[in-house]
Each structure stands twice: as C-alpha cells, then as structure tokens.
Design a protein around this ligand. Structure first.
Ligand code: MRU
Length: 345
C-alpha cells in the first residue's frame, strides 16, 4: 500500500495527488514554504495527512531557522508554524499537529535538542497515524455486515492519511474480515476526490466499487440500494457536529430520510472540544475557478459568479455513530467525545 507522506533521505516525500489517477508522481520537499504551498495546492490533502505533513513542515522549518539562542529559535519557529497554519483552515488535525510540535519545541533545553526532538515527533506522528487508522478499521468493521453496499464521499482513504485510511479503513477492515462489500463512490465535485482518488485506491485493492456522480446518491438511497454511508471528517465539534467535504450534509439528510445509518470515521485528533458547535467551525472558501473549470477547461460561461465552499457541516442528529481509534461513539456525543479525548493522554 502506498504511503502518502513519509520522511525519506532528509526530505518529506509526498505523492502528488493533483496528478492522480493519470500519473503516480512523488515530490521530495526540503523547504517548509514549499510544503505549505503543496498543502494549499492540495498536492497533499485529507485531514490526518495534513496533520502529519504539517508536523514534517515544522521539522523542516526547524532546520531552516537561523538561531543562536532558544529564544531566537522559538521566534523563527513561530513564523514557520504561522505559515503552515495559514494554508487551510478547516481540518482540526493540522492545528492539532502544529500545537503538538510547538509544545515539543518549548520543552527542549536548547536549539540542537529541539531540532532533533521535532523530527522524532513528526516521525512518531507518521507511525501513529497508520496504527490509529487500523484501530478505527477494527472498531468500524463491526458496523459493516456481509453483503453490504456502502456509500462514501470524497476520499477518506490511504491518500487522506499516512496509510490505510479512516472511512476506507473501516471498509478495508471489513473486507479483511472476509465480508463481501460493494462501495458506491460519490465523484465529489468540484475536485473529484472520489473519482480520482477513492476509485484509484479501491481499484488497486480489488474492492468492488461503483462510481456515481454526487447527484445520484439520493436515487440509490431511496431505492434501498445502500446499506450504510461511511465518511471521514475534517473537524468534529464538541457537540458532535461534523465538518467534512462539501456535499456530506446533503448525504446525511438523504440517509436519515431513507433510514440508512450514517457513520463518521475519524481519529480523536479531528475532535475539537474548543469548538462548541458546527457553526463555529471555519469553512474554507476556495477559488471559484475550481467550479467554473474542470481540469483547466472552462465549463461555465465567462462572467458567471461561482461559489466554492470546500466543506459543510452535518448536524450531530444525522450522525448514527462516530468511529474513532478508541471505539464506536454513540449519542449523546458531548460526553462521549469528551471521554474519548481525555483518555488520549
Ligand atoms: O479538501 P480535502 O480533499 O482535503 O477534503 C478531505 C475530506 O473532506 C476528507 O473527507 C476528510 O479530510 C477526512 S480524510 C480521512
């Protein structure tokens, strides 16, 4: 299985997701500003992958900062962390990783130790991410029965993490348990993470799948052709409201209307207890050209206004369960999420 982000020969190696599925291109990055650009341009994307990439960005930056004293070092590192923090606002994992790296830097006795510990911490986060996803998969697999048809949106697979995936991790674990699963993949406009990335992963794994356009989901749900929906998350508020790829809310309402369970699979690093409800989650607005153009080709008339919010919020009442590495959380989500996070340390 591919590794989306890893440390190789003193550089951060990522697979360039803007080139998939046509080309499998890897980028070796040794400059934190270049890494920040890669995040903004979505060469690497998906909440957990962004967390690990951000951590490696700080590790790179720590070697780039010129400093004679720890105070100078922390001031320089502050600029590195601010640059990476300004790339994409919605995924909690990115800020969770930056905060974790900041603490490591502050606790180090001197500049040399700080640099070494920051790199070890990023390496640890890369390792942990795969273990966490496998635990999410093990817990979530129980929700998928033999013969299930599962609908997913966007890409919450290996490509959105270091390896294995969250929503796709649940599906992979069910398949590894010997269950027959058929995946319905929303193509996920405007950037087509479903058709470009999720379809690519499932083809590689030989898991049976059918690609549908986003507006077909209701049709299949109403006809009883979907047994459950499983998606990832970019940020989960303290009350269980979930921010995920634009279109997730629509799916959740359609699933509820048709009595189909709607599951969210995410690591506890996606949970943000300091955000009370989904209304407080910052939603990234991207370039309208991503809507008016497809793969560089103009598909809307010149002069039309286009909106491009990258995420939406699904109220917790539509969420049947949240699958974390700690186990499957059920409503009421307030206490369940607080428990899952506090067990963390
Ligand atoms: O804009 P993207 O491609 O970064 O959005 C990704 C998603 O919305 C994923 O569903 C989410 O990050 C969970 S990934 C395990």
């Amino acid at each position: 299985m591919i590794r989306t982000v890893q440390w190789a020969d003193g550089k951060v190696r990522i697979i360039d997701q803007t080139k998939l599925p046509a080309q499998e291109v890897y980028l070796d990055i040794d400059d934190y500003q270049e890494l920040a650009r890669a995040i903004r341009e979505m060469r690497i994307r998906g909440a957990p992958a962004l967390g690990v990439a951000a951590a490696y960005g700080v590790a790179l930056g720590a070697f780039q900062v010129q400093a004679a004293t720890k105070e100078e070092f922390l001031a320089g590192l502050h600029d590195v962390i601010s640059t990476i923090g300004a790339t994409r606002p919605t995924a909690r994992n990115l800020f969770w990783a930056l905060e974790r790296m900041q603490r490591v830097a502050e606790q180090a006795p001197d500049v040399g130790t700080a640099r070494a510990r920051l790199l070890s911490e990023a390496l640890r986060m890369e390792r942990e991410d795969e273990e966490i996803n496998r635990a999410i998969g093990r817990h979530g697999a129980a929700l998928i029965l033999d013969g299930f048809r599962v609908l997913t949106h966007c890409n919450a697979g290996a490509l959105a993490t270091v390896a294995y995936g969250t929503a796709l991790g649940v599906i992979r674990a069910a398949v590894e348990d010997g269950k027959r699963v058929h995946v319905y993949i929303d193509e996920t406009r405007p950037l087509l993470q479903g058709s470009r990335l999720t379809a690519w992963e499932l083809i590689q794994d030989g898991i049976p799948a059918t690609l549908v356009t986003d507006n077909m989901a209701g049709h299949f749900l109403r006809r009883g052709q979907i047994n459950c929906v499983v998606v990832g998350a970019d940020r989960i508020a303290a009350n269980g409201d979930v921010a995920n790829k634009i279109g997730t809310y629509t799916l959740a309402v359609l699933a509820h209307e048709n009595g189909v369970p709607f599951y969210v699979a995410a690591p506890t690093s996606t949970i943000d207890l300091s955000t009370a409800t989904g209304d407080d989650i910052p939603i990234e607005e991207r370039d309208p050209a991503e809507v008016t153009h497809l793969d560089g080709k103009q598909i809307a008339p010149e002069g039309i206004t286009a909106a491009n919010p990258a995420f939406d919020v699904t109220p917790h009442r539509y969420v049947s369960a949240i699958v974390t590495e700690k186990g499957v959380l059920r409503p009421p989500y307030g206490p369940a999420l607080a428990r899952a996070v506090s067990n963390e340390e």
